[in-house]
Ligand binder design. Structure first.
Ligand code: ADP
Length: 254
């Protein structure tokens, strides 16, 4: 067994994992800095701290080309599929909703990638959309579950981040409760993600990854729209980094 490190340099957060075999030994997460290479360096130093030998480092995510000390760079799609399999071995579909993109990945029963779709053109349907609307209403994404618990969603007509922001402001001035607006925003986004996933022939089990998977209400609404169970995992935001570290383990085993 050896140690390997995977770092996922995301648009919003930088995630890192230290693996020994298939076991997660350390996790690292920080907001991606103005200079994403600085966050990669910070993750690398924190994860390898105290280790005698230099671990094999695999980078993924949008900032993966920004430093020159990695042993390997791999696309996010391959890493997410692999990472998802470690979290839920029988997974067949992965939906990843991060800060500025969302992707759906299809795997066969052996874990081989069979198809994928990526949306990185538009903030609607991403964590950024939730961030903007939460901030407009004076709260944060971390508080969404507590705020919207048991609240019926108010319908929202616009899914464009810019128009939705002004619609939310108009709804507030018309006296609609902020809790109902937020539940409506989550519902509209979950419906949109459901349509996105359905563009591929969705087979279960389905694993929800990325930062937005922390939102329990989102997961429940997504499950309602898809009419299927939506699984997640405490380490779901690390799926890309886990996959990257696993690629290092495979390389070492050869
Ligand atoms: P990226 O890889 O694109 O940097 P991540 O998968 O790390 O993205 O996810 C970051 C996003 O997750 C942020 O936009 C943030 O709004 C969202 N997020 C984090 N925690 C929560 C939460 N509890 N509820 C909803 N969204 C969340």
């Amino acid at each position: 067994m050896t140690f390997t490190i995977g770092i996922d340099s995301g648009s919003t957060t930088t995630k890192g994992i230290l693996l020994e075999g298939n076991a997660i030994v350390r996790r690292f997460l920080c907001p991606t800095s103005f200079r994403p290479a600085d966050s990669i360096r910070e993750a690398w130093e924190a994860l390898r701290d105290g280790l005698e030998e230099k671990p094999f480092l695999t980078l993924t995510g949008y900032g993966r080309q920004l430093v020159d000390f990695a042993d390997k760079q791999v696309t996010e799609i391959s890493c997410h599929g692999l990472g998802a399999r470690l979290l839920l071995p029988e997974v067949r579909t992965v939906i990843d909703i991060g800060g500025q993109d969302s992707k759906v990945i299809q795997l066969d029963e052996r874990g081989n990638l069979t198809d994928f779709l990526m949306n990185d053109k538009c903030a609607a349907g991403t964590g950024r959309f939730l961030d903007v609307i939460s901030r407009t209403l004076g709260t944060t994404v971390e508080a969404l579950d507590a705020i919207t618990d048991g609240i019926a969603p108010h319908p929202l007509t616009s899914m464009c981040t810019v128009f939705a922001e002004s619609e939310v402001i108009s709804l507030r001035s018309a006296g609609v409760a902020p809790e109902a607006i937020l539940a409506g925003v989550i519902n509209a986004m979950a419906r949109r993600s459901g349509h996105f996933i359905s563009r591929l022939t969705t087979q279960g089990p389905l694993l929800f990854t990325g930062g937005v998977s922390h939102c329990v209400r989102f997961r429940a609404m997504l499950s309602e729209h898809l009419k299927m169970t939506v699984h997640t995992h405490d380490d779901a935001q690390f799926a890309g980094a886990i996959g990257a570290a696993l690629i290092g383990q495979r390389q070492w085993a050869r």
